[in-house]
Design a binder for this molecule. Structure first.
Ligand SMILES: Nc1nc2c(ncn2[C@@H]2O[C@H](COP(=O)(O)OP(=O)(O)O)[C@@H](O)[C@H]2O)c(=O)[nH]1
Ligand SMILES: [Mg+2]
Length: 402
């Protein structure tokens, strides 16, 4: 799962680290470079101690002068202190001065050292790093709008930030992770939502109705069966409505799942009105106090007009509590385009991304989350009933290696 994008991100982080560290090295103060050379055995040019030498010469000069003065004083015998005392006093003064100078030098050295350990990422550094990231995100089905948002968020976090040497990859990774997380919405657990609704509708016996839509082969029927299994594990009863009256064998496929899971399937003839099937299922649920109605639809995309009419009618008749868009994660940008179209037509409450187990890229999840502005509810992670996983953003970024 997401192996391709994970590898690409890992290599980008590695490259970014190298780039920033090279820049940091170029910005290193000379003294540190010489120290490094010494460590690596490169013969070091004598460090210019001009300032110290000069001051030593000055000090010697001063000493000579002092000796003269002392001599003079001795000759004239003007002072109360003995010449030896006077000499010692001056000597002490000179030593203090020498010490002070050494300390000033030391302070400068530490300031420079700090500069060596930290590096500020400039805007041009950032743009250079982001160029590669932009390419790899686009190659991995991340929609353009998402790339743009990521760019702005990362720029805000990284430009001007002082990054310590050795922490470049970690810092960039941390920023990328939080930026990706901020794009996605964490879903509210549907089981809790259903339980709450059913508690409130105890008297009316109104079931919780979920409409599943998306193009043929997206994984609707399979996801419905998997979700039915989750409901059963949570002691919630359900009924399936075979409202895909269009696709060959679709009714039999749903019936097969119904039989395996032991739940009732409401069906009509092929070619009949999908809304009528859904309506019958809801009626049955009301009279039999069934918790949830799962409505399978055809999602014909060949004419937008057709789909619009069909969706409008089924929404009007069923008044669903939740409209779930199903798409294949492997469909990439096509899935993102479908999400946009279905969102305009029906209004998406949440999405299920099927076939993530065979998706090496992972970008579709980000793109669909972004274009619908709604949470990703579940990920299909295989073909068995247990392979529907509640979406979790931290787990998602973890799978991307972040
Ligand atoms: N590997 C894998 N296959 C899946 C997943 N979900 C659905 N499929 C397969 O995708 C195909 C189409 O699924 P289906 O539910 O019939 O799609 P529908 O036309 O939207 O109802 C079937 O062969 C499913 O077994 C999934 O999460 N992982
Ligand atoms: Mg189907």
């Amino acid at each position: 799962m997401f192996g391709f994008l994970k590898d690409k991100l890992k290599s980008w982080l590695g490259k970014s680290k190298e780039k920033v560290e090279t820049k940091a090295k170029l910005a290193e103060p000379k003294k540190e470079k010489e120290k490094e050379k010494k460590k690596t055995g490169v013969k070091e040019k004598p460090v210019k101690k001009e300032k110290i030498k000069k001051s030593k010469a000055e000090i010697q000069e001063e000493r000579k002068i002092t000796e003269h003065v002392i001599k003079d004083i001795k000759e004239e015998n003007l002072e109360l202190k003995t010449p030896e005392e006077k000499f010692e006093e001056k000597q002490e003064e000179l030593e203090k001065e020498e010490q002070k100078q050494k300390e000033t030098e030391k302070k400068g050295f530490f300031a420079k050292l700090k500069g060596f350990f930290a590096y500020k990422i400039t805007e041009s550094d950032f743009l250079e790093l982001f160029e590669d990231l932009e390419m790899l995100l686009l190659e991995n089905n991340v929609a353009f709008g998402v790339v743009d948002i990521l760019k702005n968020k990362l720029k805000l976090e990284l430009v001007g930030k002082e990054i310590k040497k050795g922490q470049v990859a970690e810092e960039i990774q941390k920023s990328l992770k939080s930026s990706i997380e901020s794009i996605l919405l964490e879903p509210e657990n549907p089981i809790e939502q259903i339980k709450k609704f059913r508690k409130e509708s105890k008297e009316s016996k109104e079931p919780f109705k979920i409409l599943f839509f998306g193009i043929n082969g997206a994984g609707k029927t399979t996801s419905i069966a998997k979700f039915c299994h989750i409901l059963q594990k949570n002691k919630l009863s359900c009924i399936l409505a075979a409202a895909d009256t269009f696709r060959a064998a679709s009714i039999e496929q749903l019936e097969l799942h119904g039989n395996k899971l032991g739940v009732k399937v409401i069906k009509h003839e092929y070619g009949s009105d999908p809304s009528a099937v859904a309506f019958d299922a809801i009626k049955y649920a009301r009279t039999n106090n069934i918790d949830v109605v799962l409505i399978d639809t055809a999602g014909r995309m060949h004419t937008k007009d057709n789909l619009l009419k069909e969706m409008e009618k089924i929404c009007r008749v069923t008044q669903p509590n939740m409209k779930v868009f199903v798409a294949e994660a492997v469909a990439g940008n096509d899935a993102t385009e479908q999400a946009k179209a279905f969102n305009e037509i029906a209004g998406i409450d949440a999405s299920i991304l099927s076939k993530t187990d065979v998706d090496e890229k992972g970008g579709t999840i980000l793109s669909i989350g972004y274009v619908t502005g709604k949470p990703i509810l579940y990920l299909g992670v295989g073909q068995s009933y247990d392979d529907l996983e509640l979406f979790n953003k931290s787990k998602f970024v973890e799978r991307l290696g972040l």
